[in-house]
Ligand binder design. Sequence first.
Ligand code: FEO
Length: 427
Amino acid sequence: MQYKGNSIVKEGKAVQLDDGVYWVGALDPDLRSFDIILNTANGTSYNSYLIEGSEGYALIDTVKAEFADDFFARLESVTDYSKIKAIVLNHLEPDHTGALPELLKRAPQARVYISQRAQSMLKALLKDSSENLEFQVVNTGEQISLGDCTLTFLSTPFLHWPDTQCTYLEEREILFSGDVFGCHFCDGRLFNDKVGDFRFSFDYYYAHIMRPFKKWVLEALDLIDPLDLRIIAPTHGPILRDRPRRYVNHYRELASNSLSGELGTNEKSMIVFYMSSYGNTARMAEAISVGAGSISGVRVSMFDLQGGETEPFVDLIEEADALILGSPTINGDAVKPIWDLLSSLIVVDLKGKVGAAFGSFGWSGEAVRMIEDRLRGLKLRVPQQGLRVKLIPNDEELEDCYNFGKDIASILIGKKKECKVLEFGEL
Ligand code: FEO
């Protein structure tokens, strides 16, 4: 149990992180997978915070249900429930609201503060017991007072669910940031200047939790940038008290397009990926790429998936304007590397990009339509019916490929109208 050695976290005790501010969360060092999709090599923490004001206490978030006893014991080490005036829910995912139903029973006088988008989630979470619950919806800039200290709310949706918000303690310059600036890293030394090296966990968490919502990250950073920051207190991982601004700046770097500047102004990027068993789909890819590249203002890149790892391509695709995929049909399906690539795109925002599919086939040729369906499912626009060639493309068919690439490139720069594309079931 790595958190028990030089840990400052003791059973049944809160940890003071600033004047009148306490950590009352829980450590989960044995967790190895979070939300099914994230590996957690040394566990995680569920950070909850208690703020003491001259006119009462405010709680920021709770913990996962299994850790409710830890949370209540730490809370009781500082105050009793009757003094809790406010419960702020920055995020309603169960890892932060597991102890909420019981907390509401113990502190029925406390008012609950949530974001606009959190209302339906709160009702769904509490079901019948939500009927008599008094809660208040708060937006950016709205404040509540605890007497000698003030909490200001910042609406930061989609980080990492639609309901998320941050809360800023004005007098102490502490940002309770929810999942933002968090990571799955369990270390009982709690503070970023004391814990082990968590850089990997920080970036890994960003890549899997925040990256699909880059636009929202940048909007949140615009709200956070002007704040004076002494401490950032996220819901997972180390509390960032040593040079917290570094993490804000790092988020901005992560959320900005790393390839910016590679493409010319007004230039569009198209990436063609393919797999080929007898070289036929490869010939199609080549002709499509040449055709697309003949359109001024479109930069085309072509990759054989057989020669690449999927992960680095995700960065390219995130910043590309068009994604064209070629696969032969084998046993009525596209080949596995194509599906692997597509499933790895869950971490990026693809909405509105142009997508298309092509491929050579020997018998039934379902792969192209199946890929198109998946592209639509990922919210790409599929403006051109996919191109299929039976076995070896002849000169005429290669000419069709050339024109296919040219047409998609023309659509990409707005020089050609999109076609009506039939979906799989309509064919
Ligand atoms: Fe830590 Fe999105 O919950």
